[in-house]
Design a binder for this molecule. Structure first.
Ligand SMILES: Nc1ncnc2c1ncn2[C@@H]1O[C@H](COP(=O)(O)OP(=O)(O)O)[C@@H](O)[C@H]1O
Ligand SMILES: [Mg+2]
Length: 158
């Protein structure tokens, strides 16, 4: 049996009025894979990213995140199922400690080991991703935990 994709996008189409920005795109992304999407200006890259992270609702098509059908659901549902969007420009809270920035993100994404009222238990989130301390260890920023976020480099902020 082949491993389950982190994200399986099938025939994803996004239209803005008469303009088809994303035309029936299918792609599979496996855990641990690093994938680049290239194309000229206006090709539909950003629209596709928005669609596969719940920011934009696809006009049609299916998005399965670790086996859950999420097309049409909000970004928080994607995040809770392990698919998050990052942006080119880091948007940290500069006055807050590095650890508190991560704690805020955890709260926002709902990645706590508890029962969810609407969508069941979040058993798929590895323990290492559930506390600021373990996340800081994973990304190699434990020593910076008690600095204000503005004091670390932009790539560390990202
Ligand atoms: N919110 C929107 N409303 C209408 N048209 C849009 C919108 N967003 C993007 N487009 C159009 O969709 C096409 C793809 O844009 P985009 O996804 O930003 O391309 P890329 O990121 O590859 O440069 C372009 O023709 C763009 O003008
Ligand atoms: Mg773009």
């Amino acid at each position: 049996m082949s491993p389950q994709p982190l994200l399986d996008a099938r025939e994803v189409t996004v239209r803005f009025g008469g303009l088809t920005a994303v035309d029936a795109v299918s792609a599979r992304f496996m855990p641990g894979e690093l994938v680049g999407i290239i194309g000229p200006n206006g090709a539909g890259k950003t629209t596709f990213f928005n669609a596969i992270s719940g920011v934009t609702r696809p006009t049609s098509g299916a998005l399965s995140v670790q086996g859950r059908e999420l097309a049409g659901k909000g970004p928080h549902r994607f995040a809770a199922n392990g698919l998050a969007r990052t942006f080119q420009t880091p948007r940290t809270f500069g006055d807050m400690l590095v650890r508190d920035n991560i704690a805020f993100g955890l709260k926002f994404a709902g990645r706590r080991p508890r029962k969810y009222i609407w969508w069941g238990e979040e058993t798929s989130v590895p323990w290492v991703l559930r506390t600021p301390e373990s996340i800081l260890g994973l990304i190699g920023l434990s020593a910076q935990a008690d600095l204000p976020a503005a004091a670390i480099t932009p790539s560390q902020q990202r």
